[in-house]
Write a protein that binds this ligand. Structure first.
Ligand code: ZN
Ligand code: ZN
Length: 155
């Protein structure tokens, strides 16, 4: 098993036990699915995927996502466009997001300066940084090309 998933499962097990919640196969399946997809995923997509293999309801998927968020093994992105997206939180390299406000596409980029920036800001404000996220909103390459011939001025 991948190190990050193993760590996440241990955290989740501790969380479920600590809250007297049942450790069901479906709950672990939701966690595994988020980790398996590697990038960002929407709740609906998770449900569709899991539904192929388990008798799982939408409510279970959504409720489990809330539990996973609460115990900190996944992150939720509420972007300005489209539904919320989820991604794994354990042993993930800090990355930034380029969000296209036209088509909703999200691209990730990594840059070590993100870590330095977080460390500096944390130190300056004596703030214990837990997650780092950077969102840059704009138009992706394809959408720029699409809008170019019309001669519209970009805002
Ligand atoms: Zn786009
Ligand atoms: Zn991401």
């Amino acid at each position: 098993m991948e190190k990050s998933l193993k760590a996440a499962k241990e955290l989740f097990t501790g969380y479920l036990c600590g809250h007297n919640l049942r450790r069901t196969a479906e709950r672990y399946a939701v966690l595994e699915e988020v980790y398996a997809c590697g990038g960002h995923v929407e709740a609906e997509t998770l449900f569709q995927e899991l539904n192929k293999r388990y008798r799982v309801s939408r409510a279970t998927v959504y409720n489990t996502l809330e539990l996973l968020l609460e115990c900190g093994v996944i992150l939720r992105h509420r972007l300005e466009t489209g539904p919320a997206q989820y991604e794994r939180a354990c042993h993930v390299q800090s990355h930034g997001h380029l969000v296209c406000t036209v088509c909703g596409k999200v691209e990730e980029f990594t840059d070590n300066r993100l870590n330095d920036l977080a460390a500096d800001a944390g130190e300056a404000f004596r703030f214990a940084v837990e997650h780092r996220n950077l969102y840059l909103y704009g138009k992706c390459k394809r959408c720029q090309l699409k809008s170019a011939p019309t001669g519209k001025k970009s805002v």
